[in-house]
Design a protein around this ligand. Structure first.
Ligand SMILES: Cc1cc2nc3c(=O)[nH]c(=O)nc-3n(C[C@H](O)[C@H](O)[C@H](O)COP(=O)(O)OP(=O)(O)OC[C@H]3O[C@@H](n4cnc5c(N)ncnc54)[C@H](O)[C@@H]3O)c2cc1C
Length: 529
């Protein structure tokens, strides 16, 4: 059993020290995306000694590349998957309460270009509201043509009948992941990034007893024992399954989703735009996010998983063409400030080769004959429930004594009762005051990292001291999110970030230079050529 630490440390040396002093754990989680973090937090909330190891950085995988919606899934409602929608709407409500600094109520407008659209979508979304019960974020309403055009600004008015306004949640995915990792450490757990699991330990009966891991910074290896080992590696679950049982059938079929980020002027109001049916039968969103607009997404089956998936030309063209059909001023390739591709870890059916949009989005938990617990599928919105179900499964297997989950009401690091959106620093929630004190104590840290963007030098120092950032990419992709907002600006900022990080982490000039080179290599995937 573990207990909240009196003085939790986010310093790497202290976290690594735990690997030396504590070789035995109750739960070891492999993977620091939404799923792994959900499992770790759930285990910790029940008092189990929990270790989470992430190969790269928290949310480096799919969990930083979402559409940023905390949602029940209007599309799954249309597919009649009411159970999935109800569960996700419940989780949406909990997340908005538990992490209100990062998750907010967002209004969406569906423009109706068919005479029947207003009644049809109003009715359907009223059902969505009903399924949310007392965690509803606001009633669906029908609005007239003039109001639809006024609220959406750049919407094409020709042929428009009106609009339907509904509510869902919106969030910052990677920052939530960082805050979840901090919460886990505050609960007494050890959640470590840049530490890869390379092997599984087994006893004489072939049962899994632990893992072998490598600190990616020093190359040091560790052998750690645990009552339960959870494979929460998203699109990489098959790699761990191969370690367990070479030759196992593939569990995940990756499906790529691409987003483009453009200036706010393409959607000047506060509302998001939702196109319920595109040419390929998907939904297309245009959602305001951190002063920009995210357009997406696609659903393209890809043959294999990769850490930095590449947006395909046809996906980029599809998004621009579809958005352009609805906007008076259509975005062009030159307007794209950043683009990002993510892979959905959809649980593959063992037969058939149908379109990935038809594959179930619900999560699956599997236990191998050697006792490896694998969790896959699902979505960010349901990360908490996925964690709870996984730990329940471990208890049902008799690996841990039964203790109820406490995560439904667990406040996430940074949560505070009110959020003032006046400054971009609002994402730090209850840490914002300490960040501002840092600037007051060292005014040079109040300077901007780039004259054209809002981000401050202090945020890099803060990320290194309190948010476990170890590389330029950790900072620019997943702490201040600029890589996702403006890839060219992120590349401009890299040398300044490298210098600040080097000073914090005690690194030399050659490390700094290599960091900039490494970052530019990754950032190329986020720029349209
Ligand atoms: C395009 C797109 C849009 C989406 N939009 C939304 C949305 O708006 N709302 C929503 O609720 N959901 C959304 N989702 C779904 C959601 O993002 C995913 O379900 C979720 O992020 C998956 O998290 P995960 O932890 O399973 O996988 P990941 O985030 O990929 O995490 C797996 C982690 O495991 C690590 N790992 C791999 N191998 C090892 C190893 N050997 N040792 C240690 N660590 C390892 C990886 O580095 C990675 O960080 C979207 C998904 C996509 C693709």
């Amino acid at each position: 059993m573990s207990f909240p630490s009196a003085t939790p440390s986010f310093q790497r040396k202290d976290l690594l020290q735990q690997l030396n002093t504590q070789p035995d754990w109750d739960v070891i989680v492999i993977g620091g995306g939404a799923t792994g973090l959900g499992v770790a937090l759930d285990g910790l909330s029940r008092g189990y000694r929990t270790l989470l190891l992430e190969k790269t950085d928290f949310a480096k995988g799919t969990s930083s590349r979402a559409t940023k919606l905390v949602h029940g899934g209007v599309r799954y409602l249309a597919q009649g998957d009411l159970g999935l929608v109800r569960e996700a709407l419940h989780e949406r409500g909990l997340l908005l309460k538990n992490a209100p600094h990062l998750c907010k109520n967002q209004s969406f407008i569906i423009p109706n270009y068919e005479w029947w659209g207003g009644a049809f979508y109003t009715l359907g979304l009223k059902a969505y509201d009903l399924l949310a019960g007392n965690l509803s974020l606001g009633a669906t309403t029908h609005i007239g043509r003039a109001e639809t055009v006024r609220r959406l600004g750049n919407l094409r008015p020709a042929g428009l009948y009106g609009g339907v306004v509904y509510h869902d949640g919106q969030f910052d995915d990677a920052r939530l992941a960082i805050n979840l990792a901090q919460t886990g450490i505050e609960l007494g757990g050890c959640l470590l990034n840049h530490c890869a699991v390379r092997g599984l330990l087994k006893d004489a009966q072939g049962q899994i007893t632990g893992i072998q891991a490598t600190d990616q910074e020093t190359g040091q290896t560790y052998e750690l024992r645990s009552r339960a080992v959870v494979n929460a590696t998203g699109i990489f679950v098959d790699e761990i399954l191969q370690l367990d049982a070479p030759g196992s059938p593939r569990l995940v079929r990756p499906s790529q989703g691409v987003h483009l980020v453009v200036d706010k002027s393409f959607l000047p109001g506060d509302d998001a735009l939702m196109i319920p049916k595109t040419d390929d039968g998907r939904v297309l969103f245009a959602v305001p996010w951190h002063g920009r607009v995210i357009l997406g997404t696609t659903d393209t089956p890809v043959p294999e998983s990769s850490e930095e998936p590449q947006a395909l030309d046809e996906e980029i063209d599809f998004i621009l063409r579809t958005a352009g059909r609805y906007l008076t001023r259509p975005p062009q390739r030159g307007d794209v400030r950043s683009m990002f591709a993510g892979l959905r870890p959809l649980a593959a059916p063992q037969t058939g080769n149908g379109p990935t949009k038809e594959l179930s989005r619900s999560h699956k938990i599997l236990v191998s004959p050697a006792g490896l617990v694998t969790i896959t599928g699902g979505k960010w919105t349901t990360y908490r429930r996925m964690g709870e179900d996984t730990v329940n499964k471990i208890i049902a297997l008799g690996k841990l004594p039964p203790v109820p989950s406490q995560t439904a009401r667990l406040r996430i690091h940074g949560a505070q009762p009110t959020t003032d959106y006046g400054s971009h620093l609002y994402v730090y929630g209850s840490d914002q005051a300490a960040l501002q004190q840092l600037i007051a104590a060292e005014p040079a840290l109040g300077g901007k990292l780039d004259p054209q963007l809002e981000f401050r030098r202090a945020e890099v120092v803060w990320a290194a001291r309190h948010e476990m950032a170890r590389t330029v990419e950790d900072v620019l992709a997943r702490r201040v999110r600029v890589l996702f907002l403006d890839a060219v600006a992120a590349i401009r900022m890299a040398p300044a970030v490298a210098a600040l990080l080097a000073a914090e982490l005690g690194r030399d000039v050659s490390w700094q230079q290599q960091q900039v080179v490494d970052f530019e290599r990754v950032a190329r995937h986020y720029r349209l050529p």
